[in-house]
Design a protein around this ligand. Structure first.
Ligand SMILES: [Mg+2]
Length: 485
């Protein structure tokens, strides 16, 4: 019998790394940005890019920088930034650098190998592009690297110093409202509403789950975004706040999971803060706080809480590692990738077919080589025994096999090339520069290893939860061994 979920599109499914019994889950917490609120990324990133660039020029950087343009979709998450060299790297799970760019230009294989793969490589020395917010930041960095290379005297700073300034200017753009105010003034331009989100959340509530919102965004912004995506989306739940028992803003994750900050209550009409005395009261809004206190006040144990977020480090690694919360990672890119991979099915089949062909040919070549070695050995014996007739006959045999071998080797090279071309066709269809998010060639990417290592379950968007029972047992097939029937 087919799985009841087989009728779902691949991007609508949940993928399981570690078995998760939803019956045991009593509370479900949600991150907001890029988890509940899905952004029109091109609009948002281009705004962040332009606003941050303005800060560079205001700080005295050359006016010509104003000419830099935002290139949408140049980057993907999971890349590493070598701040000292101005390079971007895509690495596999063994930290082998498979693709590298200097600024926005590809690094040739030789330089890449010399810089990164010839000695032990320390991924932790580099900055990891984990969040969507980091994409516009790193995009601006590589554009400035290009500018510095083309105009060597214009900026007297190292790439790393530029990155330091960049971080400051981004923080400034967030703090002074130059990004957020624009988004709040026109949410329809920046936010992609998911019309199934309300249904998905209601299904969880009807399944007896307590929902809470746990975001790093401040109250004013959170309220504006949540109103836009949920208010009026369901006749019984007219306000977004009806869905969540607790709302925690400006939570300071990942510190929220490890620290001991007290909760403050937000007076939602004035925005003023009040020290919390006693318990958390459902439907009220809180700021700061910490996870241990949240558990104590709500009486939920760590393993009874499922946290849903998009940031492997800030949302998932910390909540799972320190507190044993169960985790659901939202990997937005999967939607596009799984659709594209579906279209690429014929290419995959061809790659598999060519691989089988290659395997068979390789086997034949190895057998022929062994045959030649064996004949050589017999020629030596015949020569030693003075059997010239036998030696002559074996020599003919050897020539025959050598010719056979020479005929097969170019076909093997041809097949290797064909496979390589098919793989690069697959990669560039997914992303022209960086290929598939979760793969590097045929291997898993570092990003994929992190998803596998830290998220119990992952999916492309929160609303996919509506397809599954709130008490579902998500089973992992990870323990299947290569030899299992
Ligand atoms: Mg987020």
């Amino acid at each position: 019998m087919a799985s009841p979920y087989s009728k779902l599109e691949k991007w609508q499914r949940m993928y399981v790394n570690r078995s998760l019994n939803m019956e045991r889950i009593k509370a479900i917490g949600f991150d907001m940005d890029h988890t509940l609120v899905m952004y029109n990324r091109e609009e948002f990133e281009s705004l962040a890019f332009r606003e941050t660039l303005k800060k560079f020029i205001e700080a005295g950087y050359p006016e010509e920088l104003a000419g830099l343009t935002f290139k949408p979709n140049f980057l993907i998450r999971g890349l590493l930034v070598d701040m000292d060299r101005g390079n971007l790297l895509k690495v596999d799970g063994h930290k082998y650098v498979k693709t590298a760019f200097h600024g926005t230009k590809p690094l040739d294989k030789e330089t890449r190998h010399k810089l990164y793969n010839s000695e032990s490589f320390k991924a932790q020395e580099f900055l990891s592009v984990d969040t969507f917010f980091a994409l516009s930041e790193v995009q601006l960095f590589v554009e400035i690297v290009d500018f510095m290379d083309a105009n060597p005297k214009k900026i007297q700073k190292t790439y790393r110093e530029i990155y330091g300034d960049l971080r400051r200017f981004i923080d400034l753009s967030h703090a002074d409202g130059s990004i957020k105010n624009v988004v709040m003034a026109d949410p329809a331009r920046f936010i992609c509403k998911d019309k199934h989100l309300a249904t998905a959340l209601l299904r969880l509530i009807d399944g007896g789950k307590t929902l809470f919102l746990l975001t790093n965004s401040g109250w004013e912004y959170t309220d504006c975004m949540m109103r836009y995506i949920l208010d009026g989306e369901h006749e019984e739940f007219t306000s977004w706040r009806d869905y969540f028992d607790y709302t925690i803003v400006a939570s300071g994750k990942p510190g929220f999971f490890t620290g001991s900050q007290p909760f403050l209550e937000v007076m939602t009409d004035s925005g003023l803060l009040k020290t919390l005395s006693g318990s958390l009261i459902p439907r009220r809004v809180y700021q700061s706080g910490n996870a241990t206190l949240l558990q104590k006040l709500t009486k939920f144990r760590g393993d009874e809480i499922l946290y849903v977020g998009d940031h492997i480090f800030g949302d998932i690694m910390q909540s799972k590692g320190k507190l044993n919360w169960r985790t659901l990672l939202v990997v937005e890119e999967l939607e596009h990738e799984l659709e594209t991979l579906q279209l690429l099915k014929p290419v995959f089949q061809e790659i598999q077919h060519k691989n089988y062909e290659r395997e068979a040919l390789d086997e034949e070549i190895q057998i022929t080589r062994s045959k030649i070695m064996s004949i050589k050995r017999h020629i030596q014996i015949a020569n030693r025994d003075g059997d010239t007739k036998k030696s002559h006959h074996l020599e003919k045999e050897r020539e025959k096999y050598t010719e056979k071998l020479a005929g097969k080797t170019p076909t093997l090279d041809l097949l290797d090339n064909e496979i390589r071309e098919l793989l690069s066709k697959k990669e560039s269809t997914l992303h022209p520069m960086w290929g598939e998010l979760m793969k590097v060639g045929l291997e898993r990417s570092r990003f994929a290893y992190q998803v596998e290592g830290f998220a119990c379950v992952y999916t492309s968007r929160v609303s996919n939860l509506r397809f599954y029972s709130p008490q579902k047992r998500f089973s992992s097939f990870h323990d299947i061994l290569p030899h299992d029937p």
